[in-house]
Design a protein around this ligand. Structure first.
Ligand SMILES: Nc1ncnc2c1ncn2[C@@H]1O[C@H](COP(=O)(O)OP(=O)(O)OP(=O)(O)O)[C@@H](O)[C@H]1O
Ligand SMILES: [Mg+2]
Length: 556
């Protein structure tokens, strides 16, 4: 071997060793830098910094492939003058290439490196970047994750032929490593995003589940409650241990425990929709609309049960039907009463005339008396009813309730029931406000209440009438108390006394209190009754002093 040849071989060997050492250094630095954590920004910057520093490029840019959009977007870049690379999360302005466009696009599409000694000679080079005028040579290599191109690294220089094949080899090697890391980071980032989205949507679903207006139960195939929302907890009214004691009464089957119901009926395939009564351990029951849906979930059969409390809705519907029925009955009866009223009046007059004209004695006289009395009673019933059915339009004038009560008492003095050891006590508020009330309707109110009190004190007692200044829903009002020390109302009947035709009396019509209620409500007031069986009853009526919000006025 000649000296010259051996010298050349030694030089080649030396440069190969240097290249290998450089490769090793690059790989070590890359490995060290990239081991810190999975962060796309950091990885891109590290790759760009390393390339500029180790290979000595003037400029370096890293583009990432956006597969969906089929384009490359600038992720990081650095010029030699800059001390560190910048990160462009949105690709920056004008920093995008379509796949196949320009040098960068070509490399991404082909998946091969491209070394250009003179950019002027290569039609793939686009003179559109800020550096276009200065760039003479280029080295562009794909960032590969296996066979997949995840990005491109570009190096540029102001000198012609600034990059060597060994630069290309070194960059390709580094790119493989970086490409895999980048791909992992992207995967990890996407996974993390998906995880966050999943967690958010789970949280939203949980929130909806918790705040739903209906009670929701999730049960397994054995009828066991796996999950229940807050509404159910409130609705059940007992803690979880007590749920087994809840009983379901459905129209289709006999009474059964909630668990049996859920297992046997609610979780049948396809689900059910039914109405049932749910009875809590305390005995409190509610009508619920139950709809369930069974379906397989993660290899198990689960059932979603929705329960809606329809107790109030049912009650209102029933009340409506009842009031509609009552209204219909009322109309028919009013028409009938109207027809009966006139002949009845004629009959009553006729028997009264007969009584005064005929001079009857003994049984005949008694029979005629009975006829007069019964005709009077019948007439009273019909008139009572008509005043209930054909409620006349009220006239609200300013009146003194004290005066009204005195008048009513005066008129009732002649009532024979007053003679039965009844003591009348009055407590009239001296400063009672004047009130806008219909005088004749209020007479009827007072009259009916006194009449009931007297009926309740067959063996005597104290009738107390009290007036006072009150307030109703924040507005000035006047109140009337009618109290007796009579027999009182049995507890089980107390909520029936305002129902039309409810009476416990042999000759009562059961319209006295309903009339009172109607009149008081017409006056926008309230009436309530408190009774202690065996010791007496207290009825209180409160009406606002004015129809409008006019100022407080003293009656004078
Ligand atoms: N002060 C009271 N004490 C005891 N029971 C009462 C009293 N007021 C009302 N009640 C009961 O309420 C029922 C209904 O009263 P309401 O005035 O509506 O009808 P009534 O007195 O039976 O008949 P009507 O008043 O139409 O002649 C009465 O039958 C009675 O059982
Ligand atoms: Mg009555």
């Amino acid at each position: 071997m000649s000296d010259a040849r051996s010298g050349a071989t030694a030089a080649h060997l030396h440069s190969s060793i240097e290249e290998l050492a450089l490769q090793a250094a690059v790989m070590r630095r890359l490995a060290e830098s990239l081991s810190g954590g999975l962060n796309l920004e950091k990885v891109c910057k590290v790759v760009v910094d390393l390339v500029v520093e180790e290979i000595g490029a003037l400029n370096c840019s890293l583009y990432l492939v956006d597969g969906g959009r089929k384009e490359l977007a600038l992720a990081a870049a650095r010029g030699k003058a800059e001390s560190a690379s910048n990160f462009y999360p949105d690709g920056g302005t004008f920093k995008k290439f379509a796949l196949g466009e320009g040098v960068c696009g070509w490399v991404a599409l082909e998946g091969r490196p491209l070394l250009i000694d003179d950019v002027q000679q290569d039609p793939r080079f686009i003179q559109s970047t800020a550096l276009a005028g200065e760039v003479r040579s280029l080295l562009s290599v794909p960032l590969l994750a296996g066979e997949k191109v995840v990005g491109v690294i570009n190096l540029s220089h102001t000198d012609l032929g600034a990059f060597s094949r060994s630069n290309e080899a070194l960059l390709s090697l580094a790119s493989r490593h970086a490409g895999i890391t980048l791909s992992n980071v992207q995967l990890y980032t996407r996974l993390a995003e998906a995880h966050h989205k999943l967690r958010d949507s789970e949280r939203r679903l949980r929130e909806l589940f918790a705040r739903a207006n209906d009670a929701i139960l999730i049960i397994d195939a054995t009828g066991h409650i796996v999950d229940a929302n807050q509404k159910w907890e409130e609705f059940a009214g007992v803690p979880r241990e007590g749920w087994d004691k809840i009983v379901v009464e459905s129209p289709s089957s006999e009474t059964q425990s909630l668990k049996d119901f859920l297992r046997k009926e609610a979780s049948v395939r396809g689900g059910v929709t039914l109405e049932a009564a749910l009875v809590r351990p305390s005995g409190l029951s509610s009508v619920v609309e139950i709809s369930s849906k069974a379906f397989p979930f993660e290899a198990e059969e689960v059932c979603l049960v929705l329960l809606r409390d329809v107790t109030e809705r049912k009650r209102l519907a029933e009340q409506l039907i009842k009031s509609e029925k009552l209204a219909a009955i009322g109309e028919v009866t009013a028409a009938l009463a109207h027809e009966v009223n006139n002949p009845l009046g004629a009959l009553y007059n006729a028997v009264c005339l007969l009584k005064s004209d005929l001079d009857l004695t003994g049984d005949n006289a008694r029979l005629l008396d009975v006829a007069v009395e019964e005709a009077a009673h019948l007439s009273e019933i019909v008139n009572d009813f008509l005043s209930f059915a054909r409620f006349p339009h009220a006239r609200f004038d300013w009146n003194d309730l004290n005066q009204q009560v005195s008048n009513a008492l005066f008129l009732m003095k002649r009532d024979e029931r007053m003679g039965r050891h009844i003591e009348v006590a009055t407590e009239f508020a001296p400063d009672l406000a004047a009130a806008q009330i219909d005088r004749s309707q209020f007479q009827e109110v007072i009259f009916n209440l006194i009449s009931n009190a007297l009926d309740a004190m067959k063996h005597g007692g104290v009738l107390t009438l009290k007036t006072y200044n009150a307030s109703l829903a924040g507005r000035p009002a006047v109140g009337l108390l009618v109290m007796d020390t009579g027999v009182g109302i049995p507890e089980e009947l107390q909520d029936k006394v305002f129902a039309p035709f409810f009476t416990t009396k042999e000759i009562g019509t059961g319209l006295g209190l309903p009339i009172v209620k109607r009149i008081v409500e017409e006056h926008r007031g309230t009436v309530s009754i408190e009774s202690a069986p065996g010791s007496g009853t207290k009825v209180s009526v409160v009406v606002p002093i004015s129809r409008e919000d006019t100022p407080w006025r003293q009656y004078s």
